[in-house]
Design a protein around this ligand. Structure first.
Ligand SMILES: Nc1ncnc2c1ncn2[C@@H]1O[C@H](COP(=O)(O)OP(=O)(O)OP(=O)(O)O)[C@@H](O)[C@H]1O
Length: 641
């Protein structure tokens, strides 16, 4: 039984044969993310909270299944960032340098406590929320918590990416679990909560988010996903975790093996499905449906269900004119209806839809680069060279990742790959390295498009135009999270224009995305580097291929205990001679490229450019520090507009 995750790996880019596997380091979970760089904001919380609450109450009353999408104009403005007060708790723990400040911080804490407790959150959870400096619920949390905790309703929730949906279902689950314990309605070691999610990384992340908020409880959380040894997961389950976060494939596998801890679902009181629209897509629904049918068997009326996504209601936005699109819409809505029935939702679930007309976060800036397919790599290298910062690049295929990984590595940009053909340990290690590097570059398939909450990603690059609007929203949503700014930039070649247009239309945009300014004075030099890197990559690949084949012949002959045929030996000799030439050529080109990388990307004063960049060198770290005070890609767009 295979575990499924988002690994649609069709290739739109030229094919490139698989490179050899990478070394695997260790199994480590991604560290809990921390909002360490959130802005300090002192504010009069009481008034703001009241105001915000009034606004949200208004939104809530407007919610209707039939009209799920609230039309709001997308404002490209910074919202006040009430939630991110970094220093308050630290200051309170420090010496009383400034009594007034401490008093006001104490007030802030007290206000925050009251806000959470008014939403019926239990005390031990509030304590960990405040430690995280989560002083204010996000809008989706503010609307979900009372309905889920006080009214015990099933919830269907949709809100933009990075809006805190995980805690919107995790807090009610944990609060109820606390209450059940207090009332002796459950005991430790009972399988009480199941959270299903489409990707392994997301499962690991949800677990770490849950662990942070249940720090002051004794609940145990386990992750059950493919790519980990089944024995290890059985060992984890033998510790009787109360909460399980799982991908459906592996969970179903363990159910079929009658795993003792999970097979008895009579105590399963909470069921959450995250990234629901992905879970109901073709090819992914089967195992989920089987699990849900099994869960539903006992007809437990006390079980509370949560169904969440950032793009759950998006389909209603699709233009009905096109028959094909209409069919897709109907299919998905049918599936959603099937899911809701399969989950066994109560007759009147609470529907909270905060998705915006424009689909993406308000703090997201979107742009495009138009270029030919041949020039894409050069434009990409241009962007990566001129605008350092944590960047997540998406492609539509694994082959494309392998090609880019090779070229960008040769260009010393150190990309970290992430895709479904990699071992799980390496995937998590790469994510961790990426999260820890200010100038990190992760190149991923859509396996990383949903849910991942990596702090401070500056740029999202759609190296290939995503195949669906939902994917565009989810990919872009890896930046501009919780009201921070971020840039999403789409590289579009003529062959992809139809996909781009479809996305723009589905997103209800009246205008094209703005074009990102490119300073053409850099391009010829950059193109030369990219061309060389690409040639080196091909030569390197040829050599590796011959070496592989030769090894294969020898290994096979040894295993079969036979001598290699003379013909094969002759062919081998010829190939080896060729290989030597290829290697020589590769070394020559590498030397040429090294020289180029040591030289500045000259600014040509003969051209009439409005402003000049400093001289740029190829070393990305050098470059990053040189450009620290220079314009960011976002500044670049603002400067222009
Ligand atoms: N009340 C809060 N105040 C401040 N930060 C919060 C709050 N709630 C959650 N966060 C943080 O916001 C970030 C985004 O949350 P989360 O990953 O749940 O978003 P999401 O809506 O599920 O996004 P996506 O749709 O991309 O999966 C996380 O780092 C989380 O810790």
């Amino acid at each position: 039984m295979s575990d499924y995750d988002d690994d649609d790996d069709h290739d739109m880019a030229p094919n490139y044969e698989n490179m050899r596997g990478m070394g695997f380091i260790c199994w480590r979970e991604i560290p809990a993310t921390d909002d360490e760089d959130h802005e300090d904001i002192q504010l009069n919380k009481k008034n703001k909270n009241k105001k915000k609450k009034r606004k949200l109450d208004a939104i809530e009353t407007e919610q209707e299944i039939e009209t799920p999408i609230k039309k709001v104009k997308k404002k490209k403005k910074k919202r006040s960032n009430e939630t991110h007060m970094t220093s308050t708790l630290q200051i309170i723990g420090e010496n009383n340098k400034d009594e007034v400040e401490t008093t006001s911080n104490n007030d802030t804490i007290e206000t925050a406590k009251k806000v959470w407790s008014d939403l019926h959150v239990s005390e031990n959870i509030i304590r960990s929320l405040l430690e995280q400096k989560f002083f204010d619920p996000t809008p989706i949390q503010r609307l979900t918590l009372p309905a889920a905790i006080r009214d015990r309703l099933d919830i269907i929730g949709a809100a933009e990416t990075g809006s805190g949906k995980t805690l919107a279902f995790a807090i009610p689950i944990l609060t109820h679990m606390n209450q059940l314990l207090e009332n002796n309605q459950t005991s430790y070691g009972q399988f009480t909560s199941l959270i299903l999610t489409p990707t392994r990384e997301l499962a690991v992340q949800i677990k770490s988010h849950i662990q942070i908020v249940c720090r002051y409880t004794k609940f145990k959380t386990a992750v059950v996903v493919g790519g980990m040894s089944t024995q290890k997961q059985e060992r984890l389950l033998s510790q009787k975790p109360e909460i399980i976060v799982a991908t459906p494939g592996r969970f179903w596998e363990l159910l079929q093996e009658n795993n003792e801890h999970i097979i008895d679902m009579s105590n399963l009181r909470f069921l959450a499905i995250d990234e629901t629209d992905r879970m109901i897509e073709k090819g992914h629904f089967e195992e989920l449906e089987k699990i849900l049918n099994l869960i539903k068997n006992d007809n437990n009326q006390l079980r509370q269900k949560f169904v969440f996504s950032a793009t759950l209601m998006l389909q209603s936005n699709i233009d009905n004119e096109k028959k094909k699109q209409k069919k897709k819409k109907d299919d998905n809505q049918d599936k959603l209806a099937t899911l809701i029935s399969a989950v066994g939702m109560s007759a009147k679930p609470k529907i909270i839809d905060l998705t915006k007309e424009f689909g993406t976060a308000e703090t997201l800036t979107e742009a495009r680069v138009n270029c030919s397919l041949e020039d894409k790599d050069s434009y990409l290298y241009y962007f990566l060279t001129l605008y350092p910062g944590r960047t997540l690049l998406f492609t539509n295929s694994i082959d494309c990742i392998k090609r880019l990984q090779s070229i960008l590595t040769i260009l010393k940009r150190n990309p970290l790959p992430l895709h479904a053909q990699m071992e799980q340990k390496q995937r998590l290690t790469n994510l961790e390295k990426f999260s820890n590097s200010d100038n990190g570059l992760l190149i991923a398939t859509d396996v990383a498009a949903r849910g991942l909450d990596i702090p401070n990603i500056k740029h999202i690059i759609h190296y290939q135009v995503p195949r669906s609007t939902e994917l565009y929203i989810h990919r872009s949503g890896r930046t501009a999270r919780v009201e921070r700014e971020g840039l999403s930039i789409m590289f579009i070649c003529p062959e992809e224009l139809f996909l781009y247009r479809k996305i723009i239309k589905t997103l209800n945009r009246n205008e094209d995305l703005q074009t990102f300014p490119i300073d053409s004075t850099y391009l010829s030099n950059l193109k030369r580097r990219v061309r060389l890197a690409s040639e080196i990559s091909k030569l390197h690949h040829q050599v590796a291929k011959v070496a592989n084949e030769t090894n294969w012949y020898h290994k096979a002959a040894k295993e079969l205990d036979i001598e290699l045929d003379d013909n094969i030996r002759d062919v081998e000799k010829a190939k080896t001679a060729n290989t030597k030439d290829t290697q020589k050529k590769e070394i020559q080109l590498r030397n040429e490229l090294d020289l180029l990388l040591k030289h500045p990307l000259k600014y040509s004063s003969s051209l009439n450019i409005s402003r000049s960049y400093p001289l740029l060198f190829g070393d990305p770290d050098q470059l990053a520090s040189r450009r620290k005070n220079d314009m960011t890609a976002l500044d670049e767009l603002k400067h222009r507009s």
